[in-house]
Design a protein around this ligand. Structure first.
Ligand code: HEM
Length: 282
């Protein structure tokens, strides 16, 4: 009978789990700055680093979506959007872990973080820019980080996922208005009734346009889950610091609440007003 417990002993040449994943390097990256040491600062660092790793994966998936959508290959886009959605759910859930820290525990090291802030997460901002939420006011937070600035400028100048989607819809024969296809992509998207009309056709006859319908619903999930993250983040901020200003100099929770109305794909929300024979402006 075969021995089920026959383990392979690694030697110095073979690839190991630790070498492949650079575990020692990874575990050396959590460097608390508080003196004396504050127990919860480790959690604070780890949770932010975990977020940044997931942001990296989100950007990686977004790139796949863009590439495949440019080729009108929808199946890999569905799979990637599903993965984005699943990661976003993990991101939202992770707030629970941070909320096990009390305001008092946070306040013991909060002042040491000044003026570092989530405003300086270039990956979060790149995710926003590449999805179409382009706002040049955020560049100032990266003035001291030329690498981040370069990435953000590239994202700012490039067509967004929405631009690529609208081009793919036009290629598939939907009457996307030409002025939308030829717009200056370095500007924020401006809602257009012609796009709502295209979405209406897809939603009202989703049996015929099933693949597009699934794709649009995937984008609605993405948009909604980002709003839910913003909501969970601001509530967590209120729990920790109430209405105090942020370390990045904003009005704190008040500023964050103002971001709850950001919408990536406006016509995908607008179209709901027109389905089932509804005439919202009649
Ligand atoms: C105790 C925990 C946290 C507090 C008190 C907090 C507080 C804040 C505040 C007050 C802001 C507004 C900007 C400022 O003035 O600094 C902000 C922005 C931000 N935070 Fe947090 N935060 C916390 C945890 C996190 C975590 C875990 C992440 C994950 C990456 C994160 C990501 C961000 C991002 C991306 C922004 C920019 C949001 C935007 O401009 O829409 N924060 N945070």
């Amino acid at each position: 009978m075969q021995d089920q417990n026959k383990f392979v002993e690694p030697n110095h040449q073979t690839l190991t789990y630790g070498k492949y994943l650079k575990v020692h390097e990874l575990l050396s990256l959590q460097q608390e700055i508080s003196v004396p040491k504050e127990h919860d600062e480790t959690l604070f660092i780890i949770i932010h680093q975990v977020y940044e790793l997931w942001f990296k994966q989100l950007l990686h998936e977004l790139e796949l979506c863009e590439t495949m959508l440019k080729r009108s290959q929808l199946i890999p886009v569905f799979r990637s959007l599903k993965r984005i959605e699943t990661i976003q759910k993990v991101l939202n859930q992770q707030i629970d872990v941070l909320e096990t820290m009390t305001p008092d525990e946070f306040n013991r090291f909060r002042n040491n973080l000044n003026p570092a802030s989530g405003f300086q997460s270039f990956q979060f901002r790149e995710f926003e820019f590449r999805l179409g939420l382009k706002n040049p006011a955020y560049f100032k937070f990266f003035a001291v980080d030329p690498k981040a600035t370069d990435r953000l400028q590239a994202a700012f100048a490039a067509p967004t996922l929405y631009d690529i989607l609208l081009r793919a819809l036009a290629d598939a024969g939907f009457p996307v208005p030409p002025e939308v296809l030829e717009r200056d992509v370095s500007q924020a998207h401006v809602s257009h009734p012609g796009i709502t009309q295209v979405f209406r056709t897809i939603y009202e006859d989703h049996a015929t346009h099933y693949q597009w319908y699934i794709l649009l619903e995937g984008l609605v999930d993405l948009d909604e889950l980002l709003i839910l993250w913003r909501y969970r983040h601001v509530q967590m901020v209120r729990r920790m610091i109430g209405d105090l200003a942020g370390t990045g100099g904003s009005l704190g929770a008040k500023y964050l609440q103002s971001t709850l109305t950001k919408t990536i794909f406006p016509e995908l929300w607008e179209v709901r007003n027109h389905l089932g024979g509804n005439k919202p402006y009649a």
